[in-house]
Design a protein around this ligand. Sequence first.
Ligand code: ADP
Ligand code: ZN
Ligand code: ZN
Length: 773
Amino acid sequence: MAFVKVALDVPLPALFDYALEDATAADIVGYRVVVPFGRRNVVGVALAVSATSGIDAAKIKPVIAVLRDVPALNADWCALLQFCADYYHHPLGAAVLAALPAGFKTPAALSPLLWTRLAWSGPPFASKKSERTRAVLAARIAESGEGGIYGYELTGVTPKAIAHLTQWQTEGVIVEARTRREERGGARGETRSEHLEADPFGHDATVSPACPPFLASSAGAPALHPEQAAAVAAITAALDARSSAPMLLHGVTGSGKTEVYLRAAAATLTRGRQALLLVPEINLTPRLLQQVRERFPAQTIVALHSALNESERLHGWLLAHTGAADIVLGTRLAVLTPMPRLGLIVVDEEHDASFKQQEGMRYSARDLAVFRAHREKLPVVLGSATPSLESYAHAESGRYHKLLLRTRAVRDAALPSIRLIDLNITAHEHGVTLPVWAALKARLAAGEQSLVFLNRRGFAPVLSCAGCGWVSACTRCTSYLVLHRQGNAANLRSDGMLARGRLVCHHCGLDTGVPERCPTCGNVDVRAYGQGTQRLESRVAERFADARVLRIDRDSTARKGAAERLLAQAHAHPDAGGADILVGTQMLAKGHDFKRLTLVAALNVDTALFSADFRASERLFAQMMQVSGRAGRTEKPGEVLIQTRNPGHPLFQALLDHDYDRFARALLKERQSAGLPPSGFQAMLRAEAKTLTAALDFLRTAAAEGEDETHVTIYDAVPMTITRLMNVERAQLMVESRSRRALQAFLARWTAWLYGNAPRGVRWHLEVDPLDI
Ligand code: ADP
Ligand code: ZN
Ligand code: ZN
């Protein structure tokens, strides 16, 4: 009897043993298996086979079924997940199952027709009246011509699509289409090494970085600038050398990093390999997906992100996993997509905090991309105008290869001029200084676009009673309820909206009406203090009655398709209804290439200067550089106005010179002497309980467990900033070490203890390399 070690979605750091006659690793590892667990049958993934088991053989249950409908998850993928489990000290089974799409975890078998391109090869379908859906299916396949259509694309026609297709396949009226890749000589399903030995396109291995004509519709692809060409050449060389040294593409805003990614992807595809492009948020960069589709019209492009429904995600994932997809463009979770022909990973805006998963297994997709590339011996490109200090330090030390783009790509475009506006001495109306109002007016007159940046959504951050001092606090969290304008009341005046507003907690989602009187003293004089983007939008619109003002933030883009629509309006020409003034949060700072935008005004940025989180200044600097980077991306010069009470702060001084290097080096020095990342390594243990005392007590006991550690510092347990969330009290405990290895060794011992010793009623999790402190 053999024992199969199965990963199950269970929060315990163990694999589960099941019996299967004659099982061998080669035969079963990487396949899904159906096994009994408790009183249910569940789907898990077989990860190993052993002749023995530590468990009493009589108690071991048998594997019920092995699902071989989909190719096995390969060894590279299993190793990646094992690394995740080890490094983040997360249960392997939970990590494995969380990485798989929901539709892949049900016992029902999936038809290979789903990820096969099908073409019609029989006589035309003769439709009888009773066979309307079959006629539609047949027509869709026939229309797709020789290139064919994926089976999954037909599942929308009828739930019975696969049954019909299966029958047709048996009858021989549909066949697998010759894919475009096969037409060019490469075959689907070959292993990567085969691809490497024979260049399927007959190109010289040191192929020039230019797009091969059959891959790219060369229309629209600009000639590369020398620095871009050098970057593409370096990436191409790394592809051929199978060098896994990470490359930091440090290019100023508007320097044309996207073009470098597209060329690098083209070089990857000509070598018969798949490219993985990771981006912070796809709905914020619909243009990138569009650009990729335009550049590679004949290739299979898959987008993987959280806005997909289950079947969309499953199908995209299957195309990636079976090797049918050439390019996967995805958000952080996509780093865990199995890709049998993977050749290149790109992480765009690598500094972005959205690459960090904030629940379940708290991983950094950027760090996993680097690990994955290293293990699979392929190049990874980390791109940013404001690299994270972690990546920057690696580039400085030579561990990462540095690729620089120092100037803007568009002819005559220059970086914008930045001016600080001292709030201490400048008059303002509604939080906007007079110079900013004047600048907005001037741009409007000139027909140019402006952006007003305010990183606070909602109408006003708090409601308060002028009589007794009552404030709108969340009943479930340690936070204020934020006043929001209700529904689509865009024409409501900035001062007269209380009755139609809502009070919303940004942390737990609690959503209540606005009280007509103070709940404590009955006073009717309840006021909104401060301003968020909604109020600012109203004020700007009131001031410039003729201007088209567009607000872009988490709220205005919440509905499906809204972000695309609003961004299209932001990009549109004024004659086509394009916006004159954009009001928005950091969503607007990310990567957008607004061609007409010449003015950026940043309000309220000071709080980050004095935050307790040591990363706050790094983040603020990056954010200011990024938002500034939206201005002046074509020949018209751009201007940036930053309102601050601290114009003398060194952060702003470096910003004025666009000097990322100076700022980064100074910060690195500080971090070095304080032993903070990237010179030190951290992990955070967090506990949640009904009472704060229970959470703190548990953390203190846990801290005592590590008291003899010599290379690891364990700090005091403290309440989290938002101590209460959804009526749960939360506390945290930082551990730190100058040695990653020492920290990891400690965490391994520590988690073993934590699993065994957490009292009932206390939930805990560990976060390695925490970003928010
Ligand atoms: P980044 O991502 O570095 O901020 P983008 O990739 O958005 O910059 O490029 C900025 C602009 O420069 C885009 O409009 C792009 O089309 C243009 N561009 C990129 N490369 C070139 C080039 N080689 N020649 C001319 N324009 C280019
Ligand atoms: Zn009151
Ligand atoms: Zn709340």
